[in-house]
Design a protein around this ligand. Structure first.
Ligand SMILES: Cc1cc2nc3c(=O)[nH]c(=O)nc-3n(C[C@H](O)[C@H](O)[C@H](O)COP(=O)(O)OP(=O)(O)OC[C@H]3O[C@@H](n4cnc5c(N)ncnc54)[C@H](O)[C@@H]3O)c2cc1C
Length: 417
């Protein structure tokens, strides 16, 4: 790890690789480069003051006290030093000089590159500039993206307090489960009628809603939040069209926004993320983008997509390294992700569209089932809930045709389908 003084204006690392963003995809990229025999200089620019870490536990095990901070890093701090990675923490890349192949940093230093990898991830969508929700910056109104956010939330999860969660996506529902387990009263406000319905359809969403309701989470469906304010008792009031809900603590879990500003300012092509080809190269051949910030062309799906999931961040980190090392590998895998809420564990694989037909196999009441999604008879995606060691097989089933009756009937051996 190198230390720079704050007003340094030196130029370093010409002709090596610079990775911007100290998250999971960045960590796996630099790791795979060294594992692949890359001997040129590598600089990792990370705006957080943390060695790169995994975010999934931030809404689950870390909040529940089942994991500690020290267990979050995929590679220990010592590895970066041993691998001769110039890891610069608490420094932001402010701009890219594309023609000069330099990155200008917030400490006024400049880093030259042969290859630049943008791994800047996402930030929480807040109520401010992005959604114009008054009161988003009041004390006690929180969001969850970083380790610091998770520690801040955990400290405030004191039994007996009332947490209002705005949004019923993955992070909202995971925090609801973690907070309730800590003895917090939890209310989820959401404009829709079924949590996770957009992401996963009504079958799974309704199951999750029932599970949370049974555990004691309260929902107010059809509640579009217009803002937060301080009420007469000095607590928080979350305002909706039908009135307001009092809270001690509010979590805004209303999605994430990709950090594309560097790429836009550098003149790179940007769609829903930084547009990259199947080898993760942007419109500038020396610049790649990976992880949550990248909208990448997937050769198996035949289209570009941006994926905000753990598995994708790891795989794209490794693929970018392969591209830099001159290997001709492609982005050809299916999206995969997982969640844990109460005693529900789930894995999903595939590329479900909103109007795909859902076919359930197993016992939803018992909480052990698989959902397949089909488009014109062909399996597009599948999800296993509390049934384990089947996801690799489900992955192999994507793209195949199996009669609906055979999929539904659990007496048919899954591995023979
Ligand atoms: C609370 C939470 C729970 C999650 N749970 C799951 C889960 O259960 N399953 C799942 O599949 N996925 C989950 N995810 C998603 C998964 O963590 C992300 O897909 C993954 O972290 C993406 O990695 P990344 O490297 O692209 O970006 P990030 O991990 O977001 O890292 C990007 C980093 O770049 C830094 N950065 C940004 N701009 C600059 C700049 N200009 N200069 C320097 N640094 C910069 C950011 O501060 C950040 O540290 C979860 C995410 C969160 C937040």
């Amino acid at each position: 790890m190198s230390e720079r003084d704050s007003n340094s204006s030196e130029t370093t690392n010409t002709l090596g690789t610079v990775v911007v963003g100290g998250g999971l995809s960045a960590a796996h990229c630099v790791h795979a480069l060294r594992e692949g025999g890359y001997t040129l200089p590598i600089t990792l620019i990370a705006s957080e003051n943390e060695v790169p870490y995994e975010r999934p536990p931030l809404s689950k095990e870390l909040l529940q006290g089942k994991k500690s901070e020290s267990e979050l890093a995929p590679f220990p701090a010592s590895w970066y030093a041993e691998a001769n990675i110039d890891l610069r923490l608490s420094v932001e890349a402010e701009s890219i000089d594309v023609s000069g192949q330099n990155v200008i940093l917030s400490d006024s230093s400049t880093v030259g590159y042969q290859h630049l990898v943008l791994a800047t991830g996402c930030r929480s969508r807040l109520g401010g500039p992005e959604s114009k929700m008054p009161g988003w910056d009041l004390p006690g109104v929180l969001s969850l993206r970083s380790l610091e956010d998770s520690k801040n939330l955990r400290e405030r999860l004191v039994a007996g307090k009332h947490l209002v969660i705005v949004g019923s996506g993955w992070i909202g529902m995971e925090v609801a489960a973690s907070a309730l387990s800590a003895g917090i009263e939890v209310t989820v406000l959401t404009p829709g009628q079924i949590p996770l319905a957009t992401a996963m359809g009504s079958e799974f969403g309704s199951h999750v809603a029932q599970l949370h309701t049974n555990e004691g989470v309260k929902f107010q469906f059809g509640s579009a939040v217009s803002g937060m304010s301080i009420d007469a008792r000095g607590g928080l009031l979350v305002e909706t069209a039908t009135g307001g809900v009092q809270a001690d603590l509010v979590l805004l879990a209303i999605g994430a926004v990709p950090n594309t500003e560097l790429a836009v300012a550098a003149g790179l092509s940007v769609g829903s993320g930084v547009l990259v080809d199947q080898q993760l190269r942007s419109s500038d051949k020396n610049i790649l983008a990976i992880g949550d910030v990248a909208e990448a062309y997937n050769t198996r799906l035949g289209r570009s997509l941006r994926v905000e999931h753990w598995d994708n961040a790891i795989r794209q980190g490794k693929l970018a390294a392969a591209t830099i090392l001159g290997r001709s590998e492609s982005y050809d895998w299916l999206p995969y992700f997982f969640t844990d809420q109460f005693d529900l564990g789930m894995e999903y694989v595939g590329d479900r569209a909103a109007d795909d037909e859902a076919v359930v196999r197993g016992d939803m009441l018992k909480g052990e089932f698989i959902i397949f999604w089909l488009r014109t008879g062909v399996i597009t995606a599948a999800m296993n809930v509390n049934i384990w060691d089947v996801n690799d097989h489900l992955r192999d089933m994507i793209g195949t045709e199996v009669a609906v009756e055979r999929l539904q009937d659990s007496s048919n051996d899954l591995f023979a389908l």
